[in-house]
Each structure stands twice: as structure tokens, then as C-alpha cells.
Design a protein around this ligand. Structure first.
Ligand code: G6P
Length: 371
């Protein structure tokens, strides 16, 4: 087993460090280098059929569902198709509103999660076209879906998902761009611009994993070793990533954590902020940056100890928070794939600092194949 960990002390850390490669492998075959556009040769349906879909359900569990939340924002932004994201265990017992123009996307790393598979089967019974995003060739989800987009992340062993998430997110970007081209909702030069930024992402992930960056996250993780709660706040895409950061932390460090849309804080959670309560504040979205800063100031006024996330060169956040992690700059829509990296490291180091089994958290399984 030691050898399989490739010199790392856990599968999770190894998988965190495999992300530049996982993302590159997932994108590579789907980018037309010359034309800077997306190709999805694996799709069986025609572009004409794809263009007809005017409503999308994304159904998944856990971390895969969090990837879906990022997918919703990018699909809606680039294609103007309304997307609803649902937890599979809820969705399977609902009476969803399908039309013949509804597309369902199920996301599952393992392709074996019982609730996700059940939701897929329910949809197929209603003759809804189902597209799967999965990491496992030959899995039940891959076999039963009408269409499959594989994430090429390689086997993921640690219970806490890392490289599968970033690979799912990148697959959703590719799909959203492809759908935008098919529907004619994004001009070719804008597609090309996003593609260029996407191609730079693996290198940026690698820079965030460098020793000096990781050491700063480690310090913060050690400072929260004994706390009873951590809060994550953000708006729009930052909120989607906050949910994933919070899940990661609670599942492997057993520290209670909650993610909140920053603007909702004053409707309840602010009551829990007192002297030295750790708050991780993501502020990478330029259009709502000012709003985020005022939320952060409110938290600071109650004594919160704040770790802020900002984009490189954005010096304004530093004044409002206790510590800052800077992200390499990219398009605002692409930040989730970068911000999640230090959040994964935060969870990892917090777990290590508490002396826990990083790869096998209590009560949890890698793949939940029973309901
Ligand atoms: C379990 C795992 C999570 C995963 C979720 C969904 O809870 O511990 O890491 O996100 O299942 O799994 P799937 O294989 O469907 O993505």
C-alpha cells in the first residue's frame, strides 16, 4: 500500500497532487487546439438534438453534487438554459417536471452510488435522455446512461473526493462551452478565450500546490485544530466552492462546519460568530467583491478570525481579514477549480493535525452502494 501512495503519506494527499494531471487528461482529448473550441466525439446524439434541450436537471450526491452546482452557474451563464441541481436521494422520490426537451445529467465518480443510479433509472423510465459524468469505465452509471462523458482522473482511493471533483468541474465547463456553441449563445472568440484560460488551469493548480503556498494553509489548519466550528462564506460560485470546502473539512477532521451564502449570514448564522471563531471567506468574484467585503467586515466586527481568498493583485481584501490566500488570476467563471485546492489542503492538514485517518474517516464509505 505504501508503494501505491507514491511516496505520499496518504492517498488523499497523492490525489490532491495529481490534480494538474487529472484536469489535463480530462480536457486534452476534447480541445481542438487549432480552432480553440471544444469537441465531444463521444456524444452519440447529434448537435441538432443537443440544441433542442431547454431545461437541465443535474443529479448527484456529495462532492459530485457540489461539482454540479458549479456546472449550473456556467451552463446558465453561457447557454441561458435553466439548470436545477438536486441531491439524488431527494430527486428519486420527487415527481419531477419533465418535457421532451429535458436533459438529465448525473454525476458520479464511482458510477455506483445507489441513489444516483436510482434517479437515473427513474428518469429513463420517463423517457428522459440521461447523460452521465463518471470516472469509472464499465460502472453501472456508465452502462445505463444514454450518453457518457468520462472524467479521466484515474482511480480515486481516498474517501474524501478531490481530483474527481476538479475533473467533474472541468468536464462541466467543456460541456457548457460545447452546448453554447451548438446553441449559438457564445461567439467563437469568447469560446476561444475561455478555452485558452482553461488550458492554463493545470499549471495554475500546480502553482497553488507549491510548498510555500501549502505551508500557509497548513499554518491556518493547525490554528483551527482545537476549535468546535468553522464557517465558510462566499457568494455565487464562491458559495458553491464553500459548500465543498466545508464538506471536505467536516468529513475528515470531524470539526463541525457550515457553508453560508455570505448575504444570508445576518439571517441567523451571524449569531454564532464570536471572538476567534474561524471563518473562511472566499472573495474571488469581481462583480460582487464589494458586497463580500462588507459581509467580511460584519464578521470581523464580531471577532471572527478570518482567512480570506482573493485573486492575485487584489490587495483590498488584506485590510479586512486576518490572513489571505491569493489565487492566480483567471476568468471569474473558472475560479472554483483553483479555490478548491487550498480548501482541500486545509481539510487534509486539519485532519493530520488532529491525528486522524485521512483516507478512511469514521462512518463513511468511498462509494455508497446501498440506500
Ligand atoms: C460518498 C463519498 C463522497 C462522494 C459521494 C458520491 O459519500 O464519500 O466522496 O462524493 O459518495 O459518490 P459518487 O461516486 O457518486 O461521486
Amino acid at each position: 500500500v505504501q508503494a501505491e501512495k507514491g511516496g505520499y503519506d496518504s492517498f488523499m494527499l497523492k490525489e490532491i497532487y495529481e490534480q494538474p494531471q487529472a484536469v489535463r487528461d480530462t480536457m486534452g482529448p476534447r480541445i481542438d487546439q487549432a480552432q480553440k473550441r471544444i469537441v465531444l466525439p463521444e456524444l452519440k446524439m447529434s448537435d441538432a438534438e443537443l440544441a433542442t434541450y431547454d431545461r437541465i436537471y443535474i443529479v448527484a450526491c456529495g462532492t459530485s453534487m457540489h461539482a454540479g452546482l458549479v456546472g449550473k452557474d456556467v451552463i446558465e451563464k453561457w447557454t441561458r438554459v435553466p439548470v436545477e441541481v438536486a441531491v439524488a436521494s431527494e430527486f428519486r422520490y420527487r415527481d419531477p417536471i419533465y418535457t421532451d426537451k429535458t436533459l438529465m445529467i448525473v454525476i458520479s465518480q464511482s458510477g455506483e452510488t445507489a441513489d444516483t443510479l436510482a434517479a437515473l433509472r427513474e428518469a429513463k423510465k420517463s423517457n428522459v435522455k440521461v447523460m452521465a459524468i463518471t470516472n469509472v469505465v464499465g460502472s453501472s452509471v456508465a452502462r445505463e446512461a444514454d450518453e457518457v462523458l468520462f472524467t479521466w482522473a484515474g482511480p480515486e482511493v481516498a474517501v474524501a473526493s478531490t481530483k474527481a471533483y476538479t475533473s467533474q468541474v472541468v468536464t462541466l465547463y467543456l460541456f457548457a462551452l460545447y452546448l453554447a456553441e451548438v446553441k449559438g449563445t457564445l461567439p467563437a472568440d469568447e469560446v476561444a478565450n475561455v478555452v485558452e484560460h482553461l488550458q492554463a488551469i493545470p499549471g495554475k493548480i500546480a502553482s497553488m500546490l507549491e510548498e510555500s503556498e501549502a505551508a500557509r494553509v497548513r499554518e491556518f489548519a493547525e490554528s483551527i485544530r482545537e476549535v468546535s466550528s468553522v464557517f465558510f462564506i462566499g457568494r455565487s460560485l464562491d458559495y458553491a466552492v464553500s459548500l465543498e470546502g466545508s464538506l471536505k473539512l467536516k468529513e475528515i477532521s470531524y470539526i463541525h462546519s457550515e457553508a453560508y451564502p455570505a448575504g444570508e449570514l445576518k439571517h441567523g448564522t451571524l449569531a454564532l460568530i464570536e471572538e476567534n471563531v474561524p471563518v473562511v471567506a472566499l472573495a474571488t468574484q469581481p462583480d460582487i467583491f464589494e458586497k463580500m467585503v462588507s459581509n467580511i467586515v460584519e464578521v470581523k466586527a464580531r471577532g471572527g478570525h478570518i482567512l480570506g481568498f482573493a485573486t492575485e493583485g487584489d490587495k483590498d481584501l488584506a485590510k479586512a481579514v486576518d490572513e489571505v490566500i491569493y489565487m492566480p488570476s483567471t476568468l471569474p467563471m473558472l475560479t472554483p477549480i483553483l479555490t478548491v485546492i487550498p480548501l482541500q489542503l486545509l481539510a487534509y492538514y486539519a485532519s493530520v493535525a488532529r491525528g486522524l485517518d485521512v483516507d478512511k474517516p469514521r462512518n463513511l464509505a468511498k462509494s455508497v452502494t446501498v440506500e
